[in-house]
Every structure is written in structure tokens, then in C-alpha cells.
Design a protein around this ligand. Structure first.
Ligand SMILES: [Zn+2]
Length: 358
């Protein structure tokens, strides 16, 4: 077991992360930050030859003066959307002290023999609240903690389940993706939510990597995990429950919250085309209602991504700049989504960078 910690130095001088937080520039699009450490991590991984058990942690001790956060709040207890399938709906928003990082959907599936958790929320505290809900319903062992993809609001609650000693399961590319962003995710989100609310939060990379498809038996029901080609991210994993015909899509589907692009817009549109042709009873989106009908839930996302791709392609064809594209493309979508101003410009930038090389 190899653990990675960023504590305050004995001299009392804040370390690099704490200094960046203090100056308010933590993790803002700075690929060069802490590259020494990342290289060290990569070298260690290469030396180990495997990702199993690799953990990163950041204690709250270096951030005594950060704003005080609140405990994980959310909108109450998880809802049972199908027999033994529970979903907790996160709040709409980005990480703030007010929401405690409880901003995405999390869930769990209870089988006759074991429990599988699907995403764990944005801090260890959010994960602990989810675990408390599970324990109020069943004492069956929590054998699997599955992450739908790399984004911090979905994975940073993993540490709450360490004592259960589960298999941590993700897409084959999840471990490398999390490793590359570990320090930035921890520093940036601790700053956003406050050190107290972030206490105990770690990045835990998968101990089981799904290369294409894998089944998990929970007793009387089977989960089928499918690693998807690059779409929302390069490590999207879907989870289908055989007993209820419910599909957890992660952030392949957003509702309310505008979709965010961190993978490939062409890949995402192609994947949604494929998935929309498949029949499932309900889906659980990464953000939005606990359960949604399928393929209806895909339509607004397809419409938005289609408008972005079409508009960006036209802008490129006409020789317009990226900043002009950001100001003009798919503005008709603005009233259809929440958090549009926070993410739409970045989506256009990402699509522009991808599509100008078509
Ligand atoms: Zn995401």
C-alpha cells in the first residue's frame, strides 16, 4: 500500500498546494503545476506495475484558515427507484460550502449477498452520509464501490468506504486519469468547500479496472459494467442492473445541469446514438432526477451537443475565432439549462479544439 500525502511542512511553511490555495489560483488550468510530484507518482506506478491500492490523501491541517464548510446536506434520504436500487439526488450547483460537495447523483444496489455503491459524492463526508443510509437499510457487506467516471463530485467520497474493504471498480482508464489530476482535484475542491467539510477526503484509484465489460454478482441480481469509448470523459462506465433493467449512465446524461464536455463531442454524440437505440426501463443520470425514462432522457443532451458541434463546425468553416464561437454558438440553448454560464464557454472551447482538426 502506497499512500501520498500533502501535509504542512514541519517548518510551518505551507506546502505548494497550501500556497496556491492561499493565493487563490489552485488548480485553475495549470498543467505544469506540481509536475514533479506527478512525475514521481507516474514513476512509482510504472515501478509498481499496477494501480492497485494506490491512494492519495490531503489532510485538512494545512488549511486552518479556510472558510468553514457545512456537513454534507443533499436533499434527504435516497429514493428506491426499483426493487433494491436506491438513488440519492445531489444538489444542483458547483462545490460550495453551502452544499458541502453533495452535487451529483449517488446510488447503491442491494443484492441477497452484497451491496454495490455507484458513485460516492464529492467529499468523504458525503460518502459517509451515503454509507449511513445503506447501513440503516441493510447490514449486508459493501463489496463493491463503483465509480462512473473521474470527476471529483463522483469519486471523492470513496474514502468513506475504506473500512468496508470493498473492490474499488472503474473504467480501465480511470486510474491514470485520476492520478494525473489528483493534486489539482484535492486542492481545488478543498478550497471550494472548506477544509472542515473536506476532512478525510482522499482520491482512491480503482483496484479493479474494467477494460471492456464485466459482471458483478450481488446475489439474485447481476450488475453489468461496460467501459465506454471516450465521450463525457475518456473513462465513462455504465452499470446495468439485471433485476430491475435500470441503467446508471453517470454523466453521459445530464438533466437540468448543462452537460459538461471533458472527453470527445464526436464520441459522446456517437455513443448516445448507440445507447438511445437500446431498450432499458429507466436510467439514472449523473445530475438531475433520481430516475428518468429512456431514451427520452437522452434527447436534450443530444440536442445540446448537436447544437454545439454544428455551430462550432460552422464557425471553423467560416474562419471565425474561438472567442467569437464562444460568444455566438448554441446561445439558443441558454434558457434550457442551469449553470449554462459556468460551463458553456468551456464546452465550446473543448469542441473547437477537437473539431478544428477534423
Ligand atoms: Zn462528470
Amino acid at each position: 500500500m502506497w499512500s501520498y500525502r500533502l501535509n504542512r511542512r514541519r517548518s510551518g511553511k505551507p506546502n505548494k498546494v497550501a500556497r496556491r490555495i492561499a493565493t487563490g489560483i489552485a488548480g485553475v488550468g495549470s498543467p505544469g503545476l506540481a509536475c514533479d510530484r506527478r512525475q514521481a507518482i507516474s514513476a512509482a506506478i510504472a515501478g509498481m506495475g499496477l494501480l492497485i491500492g494506490l491512494r492519495f490523501s490531503l489532510t485538512g491541517s494545512a488549511m486552518a484558515e479556510a472558510p468553514t464548510g457545512t456537513a454534507a446536506s443533499g436533499d434527504g434520504r435516497p429514493r428506491e427507484i426499483g426493487s433494491g436500487v436506491f438513488v440519492h439526488r445531489g444538489q444542483l450547483g458547483v462545490y460550495t460550502p453551502g452544499n458541502g460537495g453533495d452535487i451529483c447523483n449517488t446510488g447503491f444496489v442491494i443484492g441477497a449477498d452484497a451491496v454495490a455503491v455507484i458513485d460516492t459524492g464529492g467529499t468523504a463526508a458525503v460518502g459517509r452520509a451515503l454509507r449511513d443510509h445503506i447501513r440503516s437499510l441493510t447490514d449486508r457487506p459493501i463489496r463493491y464501490v463503483i465509480n462512473t467516471h473521474m470527476h471529483p463530485d463522483h469519486v471523492l467520497g470513496n474514502a468513506a468506504f475504506k473500512a468496508d474493504n470493498p473492490a474499488f471498480v472503474g473504467h480501465g482508464k480511470l486510474g491514470a486519469a485520476l492520478t494525473a489530476r489528483a493534486e489539482r482535484y484535492l486542492a481545488f475542491n478543498m478550497q471550494a468547500v472548506g477544509a472542515e467539510a473536506f476532512e478525510g477526503t482522499e482520491i482512491i484509484v480503482p483496484t479493479v479496472a474494467v477494460a471492456s465489460s464485466q459482471s458483478i454478482e450481488l446475489g439474485g441480481r447481476r450488475l453489468t459494467l461496460t467501459a465506454r469509448p471516450t465521450a463525457h470523459t475518456d473513462n465513462d462506465l455504465t452499470i446495468h442492473d439485471s433485476a430491475t433493467d435500470i441503467l446508471f449512465t453517470g454523466d453521459l446524461i445530464f438533466s437540468g445541469h448543462v452537460p459538461t464536455l471533458d472527453g470527445s463531442i464526436r464520441g459522446w454524440l456517437a455513443l448516445l446514438d448507440t445507447l438511445a437505440g437500446q431498450s432499458v426501463k429507466q436510467i439514472v443520470p449523473g445530475h438531475g432526477p433520481a430516475a428518468m425514462p429512456w431514451p427520452d432522457a437522452a434527447r436534450p443532451v443530444q440536442r445540446y451537443l448537436g447544437a454545439v458541434a454544428g455551430g462550432v463546425r460552422a464557425a471553423i468553416r467560416e474562419g471565425r475565432t474561438m472567442s467569437d464561437a464562444i460568444a455566438t454558438v448554441a446561445r439558443e440553448e441558454q434558457d434550457q439549462w442551469e449553470l449554462f454560464d459556468e460551463f458553456h464557454g468551456r464546452n465550446i472551447s473543448a469542441a473547437f479544439a477537437e473539431l478544428e482538426w477534423e
